[in-house]
Design a protein around this ligand. Structure first.
Ligand code: FAD
Length: 459
């Protein structure tokens, strides 16, 4: 007997959750099946909508023909991307026609961001305006982003108050001084200093970010001193480290830490540190492992529960179980080595890109493994890449090509299945890394695909 629902969402990341909640809010009975943890755990926790519009054509004239592998372009042969954009919506019309934002429309992004605001609640900021915020990240960039964790709010680069960035001697990957130097070099409108303090030494053998966060959550004793007090004492001598342009010393008004200030009780930890330091305290988003990403994932899965979506993780969907008349009737789910049919009136594929395993790549090419959908790609592998790191990399845009109803199409542009819809990283046409658009694409296509699937199921 097949397990049945109106809509079956395949995937467990931002796109899948958005699709599932959107379909449920349209009245559909929704089930979500996800294999492994999504990229949310690795991501910074920032919700990028569109920060840049990269050039898709080299600057002309080209000196030696098209930019294929084997020929390095000079830097001046490729135009700089347009941006950072103050308003992501304003850049959409200049994206290629095949871009997911052009396919689903700017309103889908607007509604997707509104849905995110609703699900994220007071844990996120930025929903008061269409404009991008500029958020410093430990990667060294000041990033244009649409939504950011409340914990990062006091660190915005548009704020002119002097800033101290704190790093830890035992966590060498967060080099606070280098980071402060990069911010200065980027021309931020505030004075900034970096300081490395001794705090995490007690955890040298176990200096995992999650371990430190728990110690602050529970205010554990470190050599007889509660963790929050110990951290504030380590930072206090540096509150006057900032030197302004005239050589004068400012007392900092905000202090930034790597994003591990508590797991469940982050608000409490930041408030106590702020009180002890007499300055606002914020977290700097960082790469994997990402506590902001983990916190967001928890929040989104709680939202699934609240919206009545049934979900299961740990089991991959391995293929189509039955289909007829251009419609999928059931997919096969691998449950510990035995496959079980999961039937639905409509399916949303939200399995991610090459990182999420929604796309597979081998010597033969790139393929979509669940429905074996068409992935547009040059026959010649040498045309996947150009040698210029700044250039328009064809592989970055690989993915399924949806029609205006988010149904993946074949090489002739016809929907492959009437009742299969696609969302998120598995959808091609965006160069998310260069554009800074990954989460926005997941929200816009997730919302559109979820609504379309619910409509399909109701007919
Ligand atoms: C290192 C890193 C940093 C990032 N930083 C940012 C950032 O700063 N800002 C930003 O906006 N975005 C960022 N992103 C992108 C963002 O996290 C998402 O990757 C993007 O939004 C795509 O989301 P998704 O839901 O489509 O896919 P994913 O997050 O990849 O999720 C895919 C899900 O599908 C599941 N799945 C795959 N195949 C199957 C199957 N056969 N059966 C069942 N389940 C399956 C996977 O297990 C996973 O749960 C980052 C990504 C990475 C990897």
């Amino acid at each position: 007997m097949a397990i049945n629902s109106d809509v079956l969402v395949i995937g467990g990341g931002l796109a899948a959750v958005t699709a599932a909640v959107s379909a449920a809010r349209e009245g559909a009975d929704v089930r979500l099946v996800s294999h492994k943890a999504s990229t949310l755990r690795q991501a910074s926790g920032l919700i990028d909508a569109l920060g840049y519009v990269p050039a898709t054509e080299p600057a002309k004239p080209l000196r030696d023909g098209p930019p294929t592998a084997g020929r390095e372009l000079d830097r001046d042969e490729w135009p700089d991307p347009e941006g950072p954009l103050a308003d992501p919506f304003e850049g959409i019309e200049r994206l290629p026609e095949s871009h997911p934002y052009q396919v689903v429309g700017a309103d889908a992004l607007r509604d997707g961001l509104a849905l995110f605001d609703d699900l994220a609640g007071d844990a996120y900021r930025g929903g008061h305006t269409d404009r991008n915020a500029l958020v410093p990240t430990f990667g060294g960039a000041v990033k244009p982003t649409a939504r950011y964790p409340a914990a990062a709010e006091a660190g915005l680069a548009s704020d002119e108050r002097p800033m101290l960035i704190v790093g830890f001697r035992s966590l060498t990957e967060y080099d606070a001084r280098a980071f402060a130097g990069r911010l200065e070099a980027a021309g931020v409108p505030f004075d900034v200093a970096g300081a490395e303090v001794e705090f995490a030494e007690a955890f040298r053998a176990d200096a995992k970010i999650t371990r430190l966060a728990k110690a602050l959550d529970h205010d554990e004793d470190i050599d007889g001193v509660p963790a929050r007090e110990a951290l504030a004492k380590a930072v206090a001598p540096h509150l006057h480290d900032v030197v302004d342009a005239d050589g004068g010393v400012d007392r900092v008004e905000r202090v930034g830490f790597p994003a591990f200030l508590g797991d469940d009780r982050g608000d409490e930890v930041r408030a106590e540190l702020a009180d002890r330091l007499g300055a606002d305290v914020f977290e700097v988003p960082m790469g994997p492992p990402s506590l902001p990403g983990l916190r967001l994932e928890d929040r989104l899965f709680d939202a699934l529960d609240a919206e009545g979506v049934r979900f299961e993780t740990g089991n991959p969907v391995v293929g189509v179980e039955s289909a007829s008349d251009g419609r999928v009737e059931a997919v096969a789910v691998d449950r510990k080595g035995r496959t079980a049919p999961y039937g639905a009136d409509a399916f949303v594929l939200a399995t991610g890109g090459l990182v999420g395993k929604g796309l597979d790549s081998d010597r033969e090419g790139v393929r979509e493994p669940v429905f074996d959908l068409y992935v547009d790609q040059p026959d010649d592998r040498y045309e996947w890449f150009v040698d210029d790191a700044f250039g328009d990399q064809p592989y970055a845009r690989f993915g399924v090509r949806p029609d205006e109803r988010c149904r993946p199409t074949d090489a002739d542009g016809e929907a492959q299945y009437e009742n299969v819809f696609a969302a998120g990283g598995v959808v091609g046409g965006a160069d998310a890394a260069r554009e800074k658009s990954a989460s926005g694409v997941s929200l816009a296509t997730g919302l559109a695909a979820g609504r379309q699937a619910a409509t399909e199921a109701s007919q």
